[in-house]
Design a protein around this ligand. Structure first.
Ligand code: EPU
Length: 421
């Protein structure tokens, strides 16, 4: 297993490039199932999750050329409309094949994702929506089997603003007969991006980015050539790393509108953030110069849960107390014990963590437990003025493209090595 070895305590300086957005790329790759044409996607990040999704599409019979940032997919002959447990357990986003498969092939068999490190994460809303569109759903030995001759448009009230649920239903409705209305839809930039791609393919979707999305079903969709938006969570992670270490970093291709809640909170904490042409620049005198700042995660446009752990890493050193409330997932504080091993003071009660800023963190061997928790530990290690090891880096590689190769040119001492456990 690989690890990252980090000698921290060095401010970051320079320019860092943001890659394409993981959580936009994954549903967009699945959208290729909606057409028999060859789809070309650009600015696709080189990530383990992208490889897993391509492997899943190949398993089903799609032809692919995967050479990120370029990916070509042709799903003309899907011979096996199934997502097996082995792939779904590696990546929950595999469930995004469900909507497109039922819509275009009339049948899908997808392993239930089950719980994961950050919570139970059911998919009842995805299933409820497909049923409302006329699909029959049954459970068969841990698999969801969905069938329908042709889906029919419906009005679907989502009980919560689920991101992949909204995406699955939007893709299904794109080929349904008649009009679908998704009420209480998620509003993330990745939803708008998927709608843009589907519309380029010939779909008729409007309202994406608001909580009511209208989809007028069409009979066929055609191939598309599309460059994926930059990753707002990767951009935010670099801004936080720079603010934590003290320094001056320009994050190229960070889209300010996509990271407004983070920018607002970092400003509140005392970092200097400037929108510049083509990105965002951050300057700070280090995490000790920042003020303790409260955050509460919420669906977009609230503070993203995917940035909670990294923000907490910075707050472990800020002056005073910060209250971090995780409202989206029930178990997303697994980074806290690891931060504690580096000397952080964090008390967790249910979904609320109270962070008291300390003078410094000390280097330690810490274990990544999920993707964003890993990024949090990297930021913490970058601030600690001695050596840390972040183990189980495969979690990080799911969502960050060669993070060490992006941080090293900014002055970080960070290397990948082989590690135990
Ligand atoms: N939920 C239900 N029922 C459903 C769907 C969701 O109860 O049918 C609950 C979930 O358990 C959770 C909340 O609703 O408590 C929101 O979950 P959501 O469905 O929005 O999450 P997701 O679609 O599974 C996506 C991202 C996650 C990100 C969340 C929240 C992708 C591929 N994944 O997951 O990204 O944390 O939205 O913004 O888009 C990550 O990149 O590290 C990551 C975990």
């Amino acid at each position: 297993m690989e690890k990252l070895v980090i000698e921290g305590g060095r401010p970051l300086h320079g320019v860092v490039q943001v890659s394409g957005a993981k959580n936009a790329a994954l549903p967009i790759l699945c959208a290729s199932l909606l057409t028999d044409g060859t789809c070309t996607f650009r600015n696709v990040p080189r990530l383990r999750d992208v490889e897993t999704m391509a492997a899943l599409l190949r398993f089903m019979g799609a032809e692919s050329t995967v050479a990120p940032p370029l990916v070509e997919l042709r799903a003309g002959s899907v011979s096996r409309p199934e997502a097996p447990y082995e792939l779904v357990k590696q990546m929950r986003a595999s469930v995004l094949v469900l909507g497109p498969l039922v819509a275009r092939h009339g049948y899908a068999k997808v392993s239930l994702p089950g719980g994961c490190a950050i919570g139970a994460r059911p998919i009842d809303q995805h299933l409820k929506g497909l049923e409302a569109m006329g699909a029959t759903i049954r459970l068969d030995h841990g698999y969801v089997v969905a069938e329908s001759k042709r889906l029919v448009g419906a009005t679907i009230h989502l009980d919560m603003a689920t991101v992949t649920g909204t995406e699955n239903l939007m893709m299904a409705a794109a080929l349904a007969k008649g009009r679908t209305q998704l009420v209480g839809a998620a509003r993330e930039p990745e939803i708008e991006e998927l709608a843009r791609v589907l519309n380029k393919m010939g779909a008729r979707i409007d309202g994406a980015g608001t909580d009511i999305i209208h989809i007028e079903g069409v009979d066929v969709l055609h191939a598309v050539d599309h460059a994926i938006i930059p990753d707002r969570i990767e951009a935010g992670t670099f801004l936080l790393a720079a603010a934590a270490t003290g320094g001056d970093v320009f994050v190229r291709d960070a889209i300010p509108e996509h990271i407004e809640p983070l920018l607002a909170k970092l400003r509140e904490a005392g970092a200097e953030l400037v929108r510049e042409d083509g990105g965002v620049r951050v300057r700070s005198d280090g995490a000790r110069s920042l003020r303790g700042t409260d955050i509460s995660t919420a669906p977009h446009p609230g503070f993203p849960t995917d940035m909670q752990a990294q923000f907490m890493a910075v707050m472990t050193l800020a002056q005073g107390t910060s209250v971090v409330t995780e409202s989206v997932f029930e178990n997303r504080f697994m980074h806290v014990p690891e931060l504690g091993r580096m000397g952080a003071h964090v008390d967790v009660h249910g979904r609320v963590a109270t962070v008291t800023g300390v003078e410094r963190l000390s280097g330690a061997s810490v274990m990544a437990t999920d993707l964003r928790a890993s990024a949090c530990l990297v930021i913490a290690a970058l601030t600690a003025p001695d050596r840390s090891e972040v183990l189980r880096v495969y979690h990080l590689d799911r969502g960050y493209e060669s993070i060490e190769k992006k941080l090293a040119p900014l002055g970080a001492r960070i290397e990948r090595g082989r590690g135990e456990g």
